[in-house]
Design a protein around this ligand. Structure first.
Ligand code: BEZ
Length: 390
C-alpha cells in the first residue's frame, strides 16, 4: 500500500514536471535566425565578420530579443549563385527559420530575394549591394543593413571629378556588384566632367590581373576605379604596385578595396583613397563601444562587414521589439524596422522607402593599418531605388 502510494506520487510528479517543461518551452519560443553567408572562398572573411557582428549585438541583449532566445543555423553559400536557390530553400523549408540573414555576393542575394518573396520569409541583407533588391525586386519583407552598389560608387565618381581627373579606366569582376559599382562611379564622374574611357572586367573570382594591368599601363588614364573585395582586393592592390603603377596612376574604389584587407596588403595599400559608409577612426560613442567589445570578443579589429552584421541584428531587434516578440504580426514587424533609427557604429541611419540605408559616405585614406576618415564625401546619400514600387 505504502509502496503504491509512493509510485502514484512519483507519477504525478513526473506528469507535473513534463507539463511544466512543455509549458515553459512554448512560453519561451525562440527566434530562429538562418545565416546564409560565404564561409569559404574569396569572401570567407566577410561572412565570418558579418556573423561575428550579428552575434555581438544579440549577445549584448543577453542572447534574447523581446524575451525570446535567439538561435542560429547556418549554411555556407560559397558565393555561388548556382547553389543559391537550393541553399535558401534549405533554410526556409527544412530549417523553418524566422529570418534569413545573408549574404555577401550580389548574384547569390538575387536568388535569396526570390525565395524570400515566394515564401514571405523575412530577409535582412548584411552586405550584398545588388541594386535590384532595393529597386525592381523591393518588397515589404526584404531589408538591407549595408549599401546599394550604386552608393559608394557614385560618391567616388564625385570625388574623382572634384579632383579634376579627366579620364578613368574601370576594372572589376564581371557580375552585378562590379557592373553596378562602376555604373554609380560613371554617373558621378561623368556628371562632374570626367570620362570613363575603358571598362575592363574579368570573371568572378579570377585574379589573373597581369594582362589587364598591362593594358592600363598603355592607356595611362588619370585614375583607375576598381571594385574588388576580400581575397581579390588583396591581390589586386599588391599586383597594381608590383606592376609599377602605384606611383603613376591613381587607384581608387569603393572601400571594399581596403576594408578588412590592410594586414595582408601592407605598404602596397598606403595612401589609397576609397569611399564607404564606415571608417576606422570614427569618434562616435557607438563605434568606440562596438570596436572595444569586438576586439575583446574576437581578438580582431572590426571592419565594415562586422558593422553591417551588427546593424542587421539591430534592425531585427527593432522589428521584434515593436511587436513584443509576436513574429506572426508581420505588418507590425515591418513597420517597426521601417521606422527605426539605427544607432550604428558608422553613425546613425534611417531606411529609405525601398528599405536601404540612407547614409553618409566617407572619403577614407589608408594610413598604416587604418582607413582614416578624410571627411564626408556625400551626406545622407539615398540610393535612387529605380524601379521600386512600394
Ligand atoms: C557584392 O557582391 O554585392 C559585394 C561583395 C563584396 C563586397 C561588396 C559587395
Amino acid at each position: 500500500m505504502h509502496h503504491r502510494r509512493h509510485l502514484t506520487a512519483l507519477a504525478a510528479l513526473a506528469t507535473l514536471a513534463l507539463s511544466t517543461f512543455a509549458g515553459s518551452a512554448s512560453a519561451q519560443e525562440k527566434i530562429k535566425v538562418g545565416f546564409m553567408l560565404p564561409y569559404t572562398g574569396t569572401y570567407a572573411a566577410l561572412g565570418v565578420a558579418i556573423e561575428n557582428g550579428f552575434r555581438q549585438y544579440i549577445d549584448e541583449q543577453g542572447g534574447k530579443l523581446a524575451g525570446k532566445t535567439v538561435e542560429y543555423v547556418k549554411v555556407d553559400d560559397e558565393s555561388d549563385p548556382a547553389k543559391a536557390a537550393d541553399n535558401a530553400n534549405k533554410l526556409v523549408k527544412r530549417d523553418n527559420v524566422d529570418v534569413m540573414v545573408g549574404t555577401v555576393h550580389s548574384g547569390v542575394v538575387m536568388a535569396m530575394a526570390k525565395v524570400a518573396k515566394d515564401n514571405n520569409t523575412l530577409l535582412i541583407i548584411p552586405n550584398a549591394g545588388a541594386n535590384v533588391v532595393t529597386g525592381p525586386l523591393c518588397a515589404p519583407n526584404i531589408f538591407r543593413s549595408s549599401f546599394s552598389n550604386w552608393q559608394p560608387g557614385f560618391a567616388m565618381g564625385k570625388v574623382a571629378a572634384d579632383k579634376k581627373y579627366k579620364t578613368a579606366v574601370t576594372l572589376t569582376w564581371k557580375y552585378a556588384a562590379g557592373d553596378e559599382s562602376v555604373g554609380g562611379f560613371k554617373e558621378g564622374f561623368e556628371a562632374g566632367g570626367g570620362k570613363v574611357v575603358k571598362e575592363l572586367t574579368l570573371p568572378f573570382p579570377n585574379v589573373e590581373f597581369q594582362a589587364l594591368l598591362t593594358e592600363i599601363a598603355s592607356i595611362k588614364p588619370d585614375v583607375v576605379y576598381t571594385f574588388f573585395a576580400g581575397g581579390g582586393a588583396v591581390k589586386l592592390v599588391k599586383d597594381f604596385a608590383a606592376a609599377g603603377l602605384k606611383d603613376k596612376i591613381a587607384l581608387v574604389g569603393p572601400g571594399f578595396l581596403t576594408d578588412g584587407t590592410l594586414e595582408a596588403q601592407g605598404k602596397d595599400a598606403e595612401g589609397l583613397l576609397t569611399t564607404l559608409h564606415y571608417a576606422d577612426d570614427l569618434t562616435n560613442k557607438k563605434d568606440q563601444a562596438f570596436t572595444l567589445q569586438y576586439a575583446k570578443t574576437y581578438k580582431l579589429q572590426p571592419d565594415v562587414y562586422a558593422v553591417q552584421g551588427y546593424d542587421a541584428a539591430q534592425m531585427l531587434a527593432a522589428g521584434v521589439n515593436a511587436v513584443k516578440g509576436d513574429l506572426k504580426n508581420r505588418d507590425g514587424l515591418v513597420k517597426g524596422i521601417e521606422a527605426a533609427k539605427i544607432d550604428s557604429p558608422r553613425g546613425a541611419f534611417t531606411l529609405s522607402k525601398a528599405h536601404n540605408p540612407v547614409q553618409d559616405i566617407y572619403l577614407r585614406k589608408v594610413v598604416g593599418k587604418e582607413n582614416k576618415n578624410q571627411g564626408v564625401a556625400v551626406q545622407a546619400l539615398a540610393d535612387p531605388a529605380r524601379g521600386c514600387k512600394m
